[in-house]
Design a protein around this ligand. Structure first.
Ligand code: 0O2
Length: 211
């Protein structure tokens, strides 16, 4: 059984590793030009087997149809400083030729009832295997640092309460989501100031390193 899962998950692991390198490469390209990077950091993971089984049961997906119907077995996350950076990242991803965007879900314009905000892109990514090319689905979640903070905390609480939050926690999470939204708005208003300071700081570091 373990062997079966290893074989099934191998192309997903490969895709996550390859995509991490590629998406982190986007950040490095901005760094080399000393211009503001719309990408703060990138993470990736393969969904744990227990979560795959749990989601399959919850969404009534048969295990034979996992490849076609579970879009986030391979998952990447791209964190941005500002809400507008998300649009820039989405546009760059749409232009790439090494994968195809098959679906987009905008939970920023259409925030989830829980308070969740994030931009999701489902891509079809070709993995090269010893048996030839295999197309696999992967989900890229693009969000600000504030959105990520909220989602990370909410996700841990979700485990604790199995999705059944006590009313008080639910309301606090909704208020926290509103506060994260306000934080993004405020930061966007002083975006110019922040970026100037960051470019100044990165140039200063460059000079120090060459001395
Ligand atoms: P994990 O542990 O993050 O891997 P659904 O699962 O029904 O919400 P669907 O159709 O599978 O949604 O896809 P969607 O909407 O793109 O959401 C899938 C993933 O988005 C979730 O994965 C979370 O990572 C994230 N997400 C969606 N809604 C919420 C939310 O309300 N709170 C938080 N914290 N994250 C959310 P999983 O399957 O939960 O697993």
């Amino acid at each position: 059984m373990v062997r079966h899962w290893d074989l099934f998950l191998a192309p997903y692991k490969q895709a996550v590793e390859e995509l991490k390198v590629k998406l982190k490469g986007m950040r490095s390209q901005y760094d080399m030009r000393s211009t503001h990077s719309p990408i703060e950091f990138v993470t990736g993971r393969v969904k744990p087997i227990a979560s795959i089984l749990d989601k399959a049961a919850r969404k009534n997906i048969s295990l034979e149809r996992l490849e076609e119907e579970m879009q986030d077995i391979a998952g990447l996350r791209m964190m941005c400083q500002f809400t507008d950076d998300i649009k820039a990242v989405v546009e760059i991803l749409r232009q790439r030729t090494d994968f195809k965007v098959v679906e987009e879900r905008d939970y920023i314009t259409h925030q989830k009832e829980s308070g969740y905000r994030s931009y999701h892109m489902v891509i079809c990514y070709p993995v090269q295997t010893i048996h030839g090319e295999k197309q696999i689905l992967a989900e890229i979640q693009i969000r600000t640092l504030a959105m990520n903070f909220w989602a990370t905390i909410e996700h841990s609480l979700n485990y604790k309460y199995s999705g059944n939050f006590p009313q008080e926690i639910k309301e606090r999470l909704q208020r926290a989501s509103e506060a994260a939204f306000q934080l993004d708005e405020e930061m966007s208003k002083i975006r110019g100031e922040i970026q100037e300071a960051q470019v100044f700081f990165s140039r200063k570091k460059e000079v120090e390193n060459t001395e």
